[in-house]
Design a protein around this ligand. Sequence first.
Ligand SMILES: Nc1ncnc2c1ncn2[C@@H]1O[C@H](COP(=O)(O)OP(=O)(O)OP(=O)(O)O)[C@@H](O)[C@H]1O
Length: 244
Amino acid sequence: MIQISDLSKVYPDGTQALNGVTLQVRQGEQLVLLGHNGCGKSTLMKCLTGLEKPSSGKILLDQHDIHQLRGHKLRKVRQGVGCVFQQMNLVLDVSVLQNVLYGAMAKHGFWRVLNLTASRTLREQALWALEQVGLAELAARRTDMLSGGQQQRVAIARMLMQQAKIVFADEPVASLDPKAGREVMELLQRIVVEHGMTLICVLHQLDLAMQYGHRLVGMKKGKIVFDDTPDNLPAETFQELYHA
Ligand SMILES: Nc1ncnc2c1ncn2[C@@H]1O[C@H](COP(=O)(O)OP(=O)(O)OP(=O)(O)O)[C@@H](O)[C@H]1O
């Protein structure tokens, strides 16, 4: 369960990016965040992943306040959180297998997840994760030799390796062509459903949002302006949301 209570964020230059966001996301829910450029979606994702500190309010991930935790306890909570971001957060000059092995770093430490020193079990797990995303045959390839869609698949394999319970995806298909984007969303949804993960995903494509979100949350000027299932949202609501 993710509980966000009255979250606000004011950047040092005075920009108010979030203004009293309150949201509860149940285990296994797939939520899509929508909204015009600059409405605060990425800031919310950064607060959720701990990259930005909120100015006020609280975020509980499975009852743990991530902005209060330190050291071992923080690492333990982070271990259960997978990220698939637009800037893919992969290490590009190492192998695909190595990137997937990094998914086990929070649990096993840096030295034990290096390809040369990792246990056979860990390497088998990483290969299994790559099989799940259809990339096992590219395990030894340098990551920067993969296409954008393949790199996103590696990020999904890494999150499987991590045994993530919660997945934050910030515009995971933004840099992909429509076909590759749809394939990545299809894969992400299948993995999330199969493993009972909770997903919060920022999307700009309304068709993808309608197809892959069980729940759509719209933001405007740092606030939530709707929160409903795709079936319950009239087309005008979307138009209003994206009206400049
Ligand atoms: N580091 C920062 N310092 C100051 N202002 C920032 C910073 N990061 C974001 N902002 C501002 O905060 C507001 C929200 O930005 P944010 O990136 O969260 O929006 P967004 O909805 O993700 O937009 P997009 O869809 O374009 O990615 C914007 O006005 C943006 O200019």
